[in-house]
Write a protein that binds this ligand. Structure first.
Ligand SMILES: *Cc1c(COP(=O)(O)O)cnc(C)c1O
Length: 359
């Protein structure tokens, strides 16, 4: 059976050696030595100023909205995982969807200004599939209209844009370390900012607002990463460059094998060092997508419709606003092919052949 992804598991003895340090101290959460070591290593590895390890990649989005005191409307993308939209709604703000670019699949920056109203407080955009948004354009619009910018960079571990980590852009960037992501801690995530004052607020928010054990800075929630999660991250990190090389080889094989078809591939923005986190293909019609998906399933190959449905059609969203036609069209015709360390050449060739036969 071939799934769309398979978690990279480090050698068990290496995980055990690291996690045994938590046994020695008897300390398995509340920012122990392993979480602090992981944060220090990630800071260096990624080249970012501040980093806070969290227990997943969704709470950082909610905490960023809270820390920036966002109110009213937040301009966002309809083409992302549901957490991008649900975090906005959960924080009692209103998502205002702006359609996506048909090739980059990120928010269409040329349509953002038309969506700004006196109630707009921020832009929350996703570097979807690890493909950076048009960062310069978004920065200019945000500056002109005094808006905050949060990037849901859940897919972006290891992605560089113009020679630096893509996490360095926006007021806050968030990432997910979920088991299905390129770098993982089982469940986990992080939030990154270059602003030291904002970093302090994010930090307090992720730990109940504690100021020492008996005082509080303000409100907070519990988004702390545990030592068991950090141990996984510390065990996976040494393999990350190899993980990327392995994934690149798979993507190269898919691209080569599918290049003379009518499938559309993701266009990666220039000046990007990509991390090969997903391999989305866009079909001519939803009917062809379903036919190919079923043909693959008959071969025990399980793809996923990332990201379907378009988030502007969620049950708790006013669906009468149908401005996001590109997103709705892409969401109904995009399929992510299996991509993980260990997926072998024969399997990839079989997937390519099955797709070609059913186009
Ligand atoms: C995975 C993902 C998240 C949520 O991350 P979790 O770690 O699962 O909470 C948020 N946004 C996007 C775009 C994602 O793909």
């Amino acid at each position: 059976m071939i799934n769309v992804t398979k978690t990279f598991l480090p050698p068990l003895d290496e995980y055990q050696a690291i996690v045994s340090r938590a046994w020695e101290t008897g300390w398995i959460t509340n920012r122990g030595v392993l979480v602090q070591e992981l944060e220090a290593k990630l800071k260096t590895y990624l080249g970012v100023k501040h980093i806070i390890a969290t227990t997943n990649g969704t709470l950082p989005i909610q905490i960023a909205i809270k820390a920036l005191a966002l109110k009213g409307e937040i301009i966002t993308t309809p083409f992302s995982y549901v957490a991008t939209t649900s975090s906005i709604v959960w924080e009692a703000c209103t998502p205002v969807f702006v359609d996506i670019h048909p090739e980059y699949l990120t928010i269409d920056d040329t349509k953002i200004e038309a969506a700004i109203t006196p109630n707009t407080s921020a832009i929350l955009a996703t570097h979807v599939f690890g493909n950076p948004c048009h960062i310069e354009a978004i920065e200019a619009i945000a500056k002109k209209h005094h808006l905050k910018v949060i990037y849901d960079a859940a897919h972006c571990f290891g992605v560089s844009y113009k020679g630096q980590s893509v996490f360095n852009f926006g007021d806050v960037s968030t990432c997910s370390f979920h088991a299905t992501k390129v770098f993982h801690t089982g469940e986990g995530g992080t939030m990154i900012t270059n602003n030291s004052k904002l970093h302090e607020t994010l930090f307090h928010h992720h730990n109940f607002g504690h100021d020492g054990s008996e005082a509080f800075h303000g409100i907070g929630i519990n988004a702390k990463m545990s030592e068991l999660q950090a141990a996984m991250g510390l065990a996976v990190l040494p393999y990350f460059d190899e993980i990327i090389r392995n994934r690149k080889a798979i993507v190269d094989q898919y691209n080569e094998g599918l290049k003379e078809t009518n499938l559309k591939m993701l266009k990666i923005r220039t000046h990007t060092d990509w991390n090969y986190c997903y391999f989305p293909v866009i079909f001519k019609t939803e009917a062809v997508l379903i036919k190919v998906k079923e043909a693959l399933e008959a071969q025990k190959v399980f793809t996923r419709r990332y990201f379907y449905p378009s988030l502007d059609t969620l049950p708790y969203i006013d669906v009468s606003d149908n401005k996001c036609q590109v997103s709705r069209a892409i969401a109904s015709t995009v399929l992510c092919l299996p991509l993980y360390v260990g997926l072998n050449e024969e399997a990839i060739q079989m997937i390519i052949n099955t797709i070609k036969k059913n186009l």
